[in-house]
Design a binder for this molecule. Structure first.
Ligand code: FES
Length: 77
């Protein structure tokens, strides 16, 4: 079963019941200070490599957030 999130202003259908990091798998969520793409690494809330802005709240760890219908996600990358 799918739900819709808004990712950088674009509507995306994602699987219900998964983490935001899983929904973003394969997509860089931000860039390092040198400009290299960064994405989820540990998947358990320790490395902070998956940080995104969720519904206006910055620095949310995507691996610790379940997708919700209508959530607005902003990635730097
Ligand atoms: S992937 Fe490491 S904190 Fe989210």
């Amino acid at each position: 079963m799918k739900l819709t999130i808004l990712l950088n202003g674009q509507r995306c259908e994602v699987q219900r019941g998964i983490t935001l990091a899983a929904a973003l798998a394969g997509s860089p969520s931000r860039r390092s200070v040198s400009g290299k793409p960064r994405a989820a690494l540990c998947g358990m809330g320790i490395c902070h490599e998956c940080r995104v802005t969720v519904d206006g709240h910055a620095q949310q760890r995507a691996c610790q957030v379940l997708v919700r219908e209508g959530m607005e996600v902003e990635c730097e990358a």
